[in-house]
Design a protein around this ligand. Structure first.
Ligand code: AHR
Length: 823
């Protein structure tokens, strides 16, 4: 946090000066709002583990990130066709080959190894294989690196191999050693290398000293790790996690737990422990192959190291696209049970003994387990309910006090409990900041008879939050004040996802960004840190006067077309505004009409606009619409695939609407609101699908928030978007019994200074001095970066002049935590 200053809140004169200067600066709100805290009317108890973090192997969060391994593709398993991230480097007249081999392997887990044939090695020559690491191997002068590898050689080979850390050009060597004694049998070799220089883009090279053949596998290079743990983690990244102050760590996913299509590529904890050469990597749905090095044990250890309670997400016998056959469900139930035994069981138990053998005789005290992740989507809800019942019964039979988290359909604004017993139901919200403002009351009416909510994935996600800006943090903060107010309904919450290597982007935003030697947190990192470090044990009611703003909807923005697992042609796009201004696109020229495309294969052929891939959720947008009243017409023809047309309109940084005609496998049509990562059905559903090879006439009439949708002249949709109700300020107050403090969190979502009067009812004395922690920046779009990692971070100041009533001005676009000692 930035350094401390002392600020007096008291003199009314100061307040009026701020009000006046605000007025001069053009700020509109100068009437002090009353923030009234009922300190003598305690509300719900706040769960001490309310806030935590969620680690998922996504965007190289583990491999190439937290997991400190520096060799990329150490086991040559990433690609069956080639040794990716490895190169052959001949010099001085040496020649030879490198190839992948699938025979004579190290063990049954390894499916390939690297074969090096050194054909010619004149004196002074050298043939090396080099690994470039995860976008460069970083080495630091004076630091010791642990290299290990398995090798064997052909009879007659020298049995020696020179290993070195060198720069990318190979002309500077930072450390080198020659290892002797290779034989035709696989054996593990290890050596320490101390770097003589610093380089963030170094490489590891291995060069046999004679001709013949050498086979290599599981080539591993580790820098010093967090607490020097073997097979450990990157210290700076672990420190970032610890510094947030998380009370729990949910892991290891996410979709990573489910796997995309193939259950064999879903996380299986039993294959993720023990010696690294026995671990199976996975081809994960986030587009890369993992080593399996950051396994179940490492994640439990990380939870312990950062002081967070482990929350394990177990596969429930489903992938992201299918369910296992009924007779395979028990296998996954057993996996959940064995995971619990590994984490908690006595060392006399089978898995407790394995934990001890892996260096942790004491239990990890895992109290919560999630049965699946996002598996209760409508198309697999019935399977999920069936699987969940089996898991629940089996887990409770052996571990009655284990708390169980149930997945619910997350693709809706109102996720529903399935009625089966559970300690928690798992809600996920990736939405725009605006959605979070208008849904701050989400849990006010949540039935207290239902299981408590575990908001295990929660983040601002929309074009308006960039790569993670202040605006996104403000959205989350506003929503989180509602979580605290409903702490009896919401037990746990965490941001998602946690970490991204900047060289890969499958998901945006992520809380922490890093490359191979630098790291920074987005503003949300600091926001969640502020909330985690400033949670009391009881909610205290607080109200704000004059604090409601109703906004009429407007669907101004781009128009477009899209598809979902369907091939289609579009033509004669036309938008006529209320002022008669007309935009048309007839695709008469083959040139790009200035569209923005997300997904799909779009081309102009014979005067129509064709999408020919079978991808889901393709979109092509045009700057067509003008104002908030317009009529959008077009023609559409389905040429293949599963569904019908996606007609997009009202596209802006806040989201868009789409008319999904022939959606849900061509069974019906609905209007959908796209917000952040989510599409929610609104309005009425019209049954029926779309015929192939027939042109349809489509018309969408938009008037403010009123939408009419006509298919071939027949009115199918008539929907009025409700006005948005939001609040300039969001407030949550807690009491911290231990310290005797009131903790007041105030989120100012506006660009105005908010001059307020804070009234603390029900307290007799207030210490005149307190603390203000403020996260703000001149622009809501401000982001942190490697160059400016501390541009948007909180400042902590001592404030004086506090009393049972005191003035306080909240800066524009800010999140403020006031800590006040009060009796
Ligand atoms: O956090 C990123 C992904 O979002 C998770 O894997 C998944 O659970 C959700 O859809």
């Amino acid at each position: 946090m930035k350094s401390k200053k002392t600020i007096s809140v008291v003199p009314p004169l100061a307040l009026s000066i701020i009000a006046l200067s605000a007025q001069r600066a053009g700020y509109c709100d100068v009437t002090p709002q009353q923030i009234i805290v009922q300190a003598d009317q305690p509300g719900p108890r706040i769960d001490p583990r309310l806030y935590g973090i969620f680690f998922e192997e996504l965007d190289f969060a583990g491999d190439g990130g937290l997991y400190a391994e520096l060799v990329n593709n150490r086991s040559f398993e990433n690609d069956p066709g080639q040794a990716v991230n490895w190169s052959l480097l001949p010099s001085g007249g040496a020649s030879g080959r490198m190839s992948l081999e699938s025979a004579g392997l190290l063990n049954p887990t390894q499916t390939r190894c690297l074969r090096m044939d050194v054909d010619r090695l004149p004196s002074g020559g050298r043939l090396a294989v080099a690994n470039e690491g995860y976008w460069g191997i970083p080495v630091t002068q004076g630091t010791q690196y642990s290299l290990s590898f398995f090798a064997r050689c052909s009879p007659g080979q020298t049995g020696a191999i020179t290993v070195s850390l060198q720069n990318a050009a190979g002309d500077t060597v930072y450390a080198t050693q020659t290892i002797q004694g290779m034989t035709p049998q696989w054996k593990r070799y290890s050596v320490k290398l101390t770097a003589s220089g610093t380089d963030t883009d170094a490489r590891l090279a291995l060069a046999p000293t004679g001709t013949g053949t050498v086979w290599l596998d599981v080539v591993s290079l580790f820098p010093p790790t967090y607490q020097n743990r073997p097979n450990g983690l990157r210290p700076d990244l672990v420190q970032m996690l610890k510094d947030i102050g998380p009370h729990f760590l949910r892991f290891p996913g996410g979709c990573y737990v489910q796997g995309n299509r193939d259950i064999d590529q879903a996380f299986d904890w039993e294959k993720s422990i023990g010696p690294i050469e026995d671990r199976e990597g996975l081809s994960i749905m986030w587009g890369y192959h993992t080593t399996g090095g950051m396994g179940f044990h490492e994640m439990l250890q990380m939870a312990e190291d950062i002081g967070a309670e482990p929350v394990y997400v177990a596969n429930c016998g489903q992938t992201m696209t299918a369910s296992v056959p009924d007779d395979q469900v028990q296998h996954w139930v057993e996996r959940a049970l064995s995971a619990i035994e590994y984490a908690n069981g006595p060392t006399t138990s089978k898995w407790g003994a394995r934990r001890a053998a892996n260096g942790h005789p004491k239990p990890f005290h895992m109290r919560i387990i999630s049965v699946g992740n996002e598996d209760a989507v409508p198309e697999r809800q019935a399977d999920y309910n069936k699987h969940y019942a089996i898991f629940y019964k089996a887990i409770k039979a052996v571990y009655p006090s284990m708390e169980i988290v149930q997945s619910v359909n997350h693709v809706t604004d109102a996720p529903m409990w399935n009625g089966q017993p559970a300690e928690y139901v798992d809600h996920h919200f990736y939405r725009s900041p605006e959605w979070f403002f208008s849904h701050n009351d989400k849990y006010d009416s949540y039935s207290r008879k239902e299981p408590r909510v575990f908001l295990s994935e929660l983040a601002s996600l929309s074009a308006s939050v960039g790569e993670g800006n202040l605006w996104g943090a403000i959205g989350e903060a506003a929503f989180m004040t509602g979580l605290e107010r409903n702490a009896d309904a919401v037990g746990m919450a965490t941001y998602a996802p946690l970490l991204r290597n900047v060289h890969w982007r499958n998901w945006n935003p992520n809380m922490i960004l890093f490359d191979n030697h630098r790291v920074y947190g987005i503003p949300s990192y600091y926001l969640w840190q502020m909330f985690m470090h400033n949670t009391g044990d009881r909610y205290v009611p607080a109200t704000v006067s004059d604090n409601t703003v109703t906004t009429s909807p407007t669907l101004a923005g781009k128009v477009g077309v899209g598809t979902w697992a369907t091939q289609a042609e579009y033509d004669d796009l036309r938008v006529v505004g209320a002022d008669g201004k007309t935009w048309t696109e007839g695709f008469s020229s083959a040139s790009d009409p200035g569209r923005v495309v997300s997904g799909g294969q779009w081309s102009i052929v014979d005067g129509t606009y064709r999408q020919t891939s079978m991808e889901q959720n393709t979109a092509s947008l045009f700057d067509g619409a003008s104002g908030s009243q317009y009529t959008y017409t077009l023609r559409a023809r389905k040429t293949g695939g599963d569904e019908g047309f996606l007609i997009l309109f009202g596209d802006s940084i806040h989201g868009r609407y789409l008319w999904n005609i022939g959606g849900w496998r061509n069974s019906r049509s609905s209007l959908m609101q796209v917000d952040g990562g989510n599409m929610v059905e609104v309005g009425k559903t019209a049954p029926g699908g779309i015929e192939s090879n027939r042109w349809y006439e489509i018309k969408v009439v938009v008037d403010g928030g009123h939408i009419l949708g006509y298919l071939d002249g027949i009115l199918q949709q008539d929907y009025t978007v409700p006005p948005t109700i939001s609040h300039p300020l969001f407030v949550a107050t807690n009491r911290d019994t231990k310290t005797g403090e009131l903790i007041l969190k105030v989120v100012n979502t506006t660009g105005d200074l908010h001059a307020s009067n804070v009234v603390l009812n029900g307290v007799r004395t207030v210490a005149p001095t307190g603390t203000a922690i403020v996260l703000t920046s001149p622009r809501p779009t401000d982001e942190n970066s490697f160059e400016e990692p501390r541009k948007v971070i909180p400042t902590t100041n001592v404030i004086t002049g506090l009393n049972t009533s005191f003035p306080y001005t909240f800066p524009p676009y800010s999140v403020t935590v006031l800590r006040i000692k009060a009796k």
